[in-house]
Design a protein around this ligand. Structure first.
Ligand SMILES: Nc1ncnc2c1ncn2[C@@H]1O[C@H](COP(=O)(O)OP(=O)(O)OP(=O)(O)O)[C@@H](O)[C@H]1O
Length: 347
């Protein structure tokens, strides 16, 4: 039985612009994250991932707005919450964010211990000593020496700062953590370490995770379920097993061949030709149509509806040809069957 912690239902998000040529950044997006699940949101730059993350915590830019649809957190509609309601009821306490870079989220002129005390003062009844002790415990969780809790952020390397951010993200014991490209600013070794820390939390903490990335293999290796986005639309959603073994949206199919896969070290990485469209004005077409090898005229005559893949409502593809894709894309889908799976978290 599904037990959603966060539900996106037919959500549209717009950014107003001075010229009146609004950016329709997210269009009719639907997906749902179950309690205790790690959920991956994947897609290329500009497809709307951060906009979705910002909307969840009420952090859209001033010109951004959820113009229709519903965002439910633990069953409660939050899309129309005021700034005050988000601060009191949602941010940090319920949902915390690990941002792309720690630069903007740690106060550079305040010791980390004092930042913890401030956070505790605003949100909890902890004494100063208890507040610092809690940070000490969390430093241990993320592999930082507790002797560093009185340091300033600039005394830490990038990877250490990112781990400190994870400690702060856990500080108020939230139910959902949003990790928005949490390793982009780090070198490859640090990236692996941070992903390992995030992944390790799953065993010890009762949390759900929304992991945002452009790298589909990160999602396959670390998540339970996922959504693939393209050009402001959700293309496909389902368990990682479903999307990995039976992708049915052309973009999800081609994306798998565009990233390195340990099963096929010699495989040439495919390039997905073309660019996503500018999202100005009404998006009443499939935004992948111009790049899709299997597009037909009807793909440009209306935004696609969700199709349940093989009758499974938990696996959906927003493609008018979803039920033909197994046949149409056979050459892209074929090699998997005989090889070992790279799935990590979802099994
Ligand atoms: N404040 C804004 N005003 C106008 N357009 C915006 C604003 N913020 C974002 N956009 C546009 O909205 C679209 C979605 O942007 P968003 O940052 O959500 O994408 P993304 O998938 O998170 O990209 P990235 O991976 O590069 O962070 C893009 O076309 C972007 O240019």
């Amino acid at each position: 039985m599904t037990d959603p912690i966060l539900e996106f239902e037919d959500v549209d998000i717009r950014y107003r612009t001075e010229k009146g040529n609004d950016v329709h950044a997210v269009n009719d997006a639907s997906f749902s994250i179950n309690r205790h699940d790690y959920f991956g949101l994947v897609g290329e730059s500009g497809c709307g991932k951060s906009t979705i993350a910002d909307a969840i915590v009420g952090g859209l830019d001033a010109n951004g707005e959820v113009t229709s649809g519903t965002i439910r957190y633990k069953g409660e509609e939050i899309q129309d919450y005021s700034e005050k309601e988000f601060n009191q009821n949602v941010r940090w306490k319920e949902i915390s964010v690990i941002p792309q870079s720690s630069m903007n989220s740690l106060d550079p002129v305040m010791k980390l211990s004092n930042q913890a005390v401030e956070m505790a003062k605003y949100h909890t009844d902890l004494t100063k000593t208890e507040a610092i002790d809690r940070l000490r415990e969390l430093f241990e969780v993320v592999g930082l020496s507790e002797s560093r809790i009185h340091d300033y952020p600039h005394q830490f390397s990038g990877g250490m700062q990112q781990r400190a951010i994870i400690a702060f993200a856990l500080y108020l014991r939230p139910s959902l953590i949003i990790a928005d490209e949490p390793t982009t600013a780090l070198d490859v070794i640090m990236q692996d370490q941070i992903i390992d820390y995030i992944n390790g939390l799953k065993d010890d903490w009762d949390i759900s995770m929304l992991m945002i990335t452009h790298d589909i293999s990160v999602v396959f290796e670390n998540c339970d379920s996922m959504a693939v986005m393209h050009g402001g639309q959700v293309a496909e959603t389902g368990s990682v097993v479903d999307v990995y073994d039976r992708p049915r949206h052309p973009y999800a199919i081609l994306l798998q061949n565009a990233f390195p896969d340990v099963r096929f070290p010699d495989r040439e990485l495919a390039v997905i030709d073309g660019h996503p469209p500018q999202l100005r004005g009404e998006v009443d077409f499939c935004t992948f149509a111009d790049r899709c090898p299997w597009a037909q005229p009807e793909c440009r005559e209306g935004a696609p509806d969700a199709q349940a893949v093989a009758g499974d409502d938990d696996h959906q593809a927003w493609c008018v040809r979803a039920d033909e894709m197994e046949e149409l894309a056979a050459e892209h889908l074929e090699p998997k069957a005989e090889e070992e799976s790279i799935l990590g978290g979802g099994e």
